[in-house]
Design a protein around this ligand. Structure first.
Ligand SMILES: Nc1ncnc2c1ncn2[C@@H]1O[C@H](COP(=O)(O)OP(=O)(O)OP(=O)(O)O)[C@@H](O)[C@H]1O
Length: 447
């Protein structure tokens, strides 16, 4: 590590420098507060060891200034006159440890290895946060059209409360992004927001995913596992596709929401958690309640506030700003107001966007790859992307059976929805089962 050692005792200065260097550290020795502050301004250090009682700027002040100049530095106080006041100042300045002179070199050595451990943990955490940010993409909510302004207003109002929020809207219209905006507008913004797609996990796994399990809770549970409610403690949990949650889990979730207590699978002890819940669905929960597929009491528990995210076709004002924003994920060249030709703009505006912003993101990515020099023109848009193009594709293909036409429409819908068969079925107005039946029949015919 690179260490700053600030102490006015000359004998200690030489001793510490030689001993710390023997351990493989590089050391800058400062005989007073002024030189210590100057060194902090000049170069980055991993750790500082500071004597409190020095001429000129005192040790406590050096640490306080270090917090501003290099907030990431770990500070260790070393003092010949330990007293309550200096101990309290040290705590206020988040000092890593407080040593009283004389202290053994063994003590310093083990303390420095703890500092090193803490530093590598925070670096690992920073790297992980960076990867998460990259995986999640940017979370800027684009769109200043009338309906998005309405959504923003609700976010502003409901964000800072601890109320449960239900976000409703079609697939791909930005529900998760709205959930993030609610979390960001809350007092929990610095705490984690964890997301889970309730439709993506089999029934037997979802309970352990949400609430965790103890070792041996079920076959294969070789280790205990922390559930997402515990991970989100102090923050927010986002339950996406809440309409897909199996009935048995709905009852368990309701109990957690009402009591604030969770119990790991296989444990008989419960634990209190402080988690804000945001849910989202593209399904009509009231209809599901009528069909006894969703618990009415759970619906009333989660819909304290509803945010309706309108489909893209109903906020066409936002389309081009969104297209520009999404293109900027892939391209940094070109001028923001000349990224699309008028022909491409007309094509984009004429489309109905059944896959909403996700579909637009895919179309823009496709165009960004095909287009060598901006602006994007109509020829760079995917061939299948508009129904008009689908019609011309069928017309130009020559004679074909109705079943073949149907297959083209199905394939294009699946492409448009980035492989999401459920969304494709919805867009085509058929059940997922029918869609699979048709795909299987076509496969059998081709075999
Ligand atoms: N208003 C917006 N501003 C910027 N990007 C957006 C906006 N709305 C959606 N997106 C982008 O569109 C994609 C889909 O958004 P998101 O995942 O939030 O939709 P969703 O409604 O949660 O989808 P699903 O119903 O499939 O869970 C993401 O890449 C997201 O970043």
């Amino acid at each position: 590590m690179h260490i700053l050692y600030a102490d006015d005792e000359t004998s200690l200065q030489t001793l510490m420098k030689t001993q710390l260097e023997k351990l493989g550290h590089s050391v800058v020795v400062c005989p007073d507060g002024e030189t210590a502050v100057a060194a902090l301004e000049r170069e980055p250090f991993d750790c500082m060891i500071v004597d409190l009682d020095m001429p000129g700027i005192k040790g406590a002040e050096v640490i306080a200034r270090a917090r501003k100049i290099r907030p990431e530095i770990e500070a260790v106080v070393i003092t010949g006159k330990p007293d309550l006041k200096s101990a309290l100042t040290a705590i206020e300045n988040h000092v890593f440890a407080f040593l009283s002179k004389p202290c053994s070199f063994k003590q310093i050595k083990s303390l420095l290895s703890e500092v090193y451990h803490r530093l590598s943990q925070s670096r690992r955490l920073a790297a992980l946060e960076h990867r998460v940010r990259q995986a999640e993409g940017d979370s800027e909510l684009v769109g200043d059209g009338k309906s998005m302004l309405q959504v923003r207003k609700v976010i502003e109002k409901v964000g800072p409360t601890d109320s449960t929020v239900l976000i409703l809207g079609e697939t791909g219209c930005g529900k998760e992004l709205v959930a993030r905006a609610v979390h960001q507008a809350s007092l929990r913004a610095d705490e984690p927001m964890v997301s889970i797609n309730c439709g993506a996990l089999p029934e037997n796994l979802i309970e352990s995913e949400l609430f965790g399990h103890v070792k041996g809770a079920f076959t294969g549970a070789d280790n205990a596992r922390v559930g997402l409610f515990e991970v989100a403690d102090g923050g927010t949990i986002f339950l996406d596709e809440i309409g897909e949650l199996p009935m048995t889990m709905q009852a368990k979730l309701l109990r957690v929401l009402e009591t604030g207590d969770i119990r790991r699978l296989g444990s008989n002890q419960s634990k209190r958690v402080d988690v804000r819940v945001i849910c989202a669905t593209h399904r009509d929960l009231e209809k599901m309640v009528g069909e006894e597929q969703f618990r009415e009491d759970l619906m009333f528990r989660i819909n304290t506030f509803e945010i309706h995210v309108p489909p893209l076709r109903e906020r066409i004002d936002d389309l081009m700003p969104l297209a520009v924003h999404l293109l900027r994920r892939h391209r940094s060249d070109g001028d923001d107001d000349a990224l699309f030709t008028s022909q491409a703009t007309a094509e984009l505006l004429a489309h109905k966007w059944p896959g909403n912003v996700r579909e637009l993101a895919n179309v823009v990515e496709h165009a960004a790859i095909l287009c060598d020099a901006l602006p994007i023109d109509a020829e760079h848009l995917p061939r299948h992307f508009s129904r008009r193009q689908l019609r011309s594709e069928i017309r130009d293909a020559g004679p074909m059976t109705i079943r073949e036409m149907e297959m083209i429409a199905i394939e294009r819908a699946i492409e448009r929805n980035a492989g999401d068969k459920k969304a494709a079925a919805e867009e085509l107005g058929v059940s997922v089962k029918t869609l699979y039946n048709k795909l299987n029949a076509a496969e059998e015919k081709a075999a």
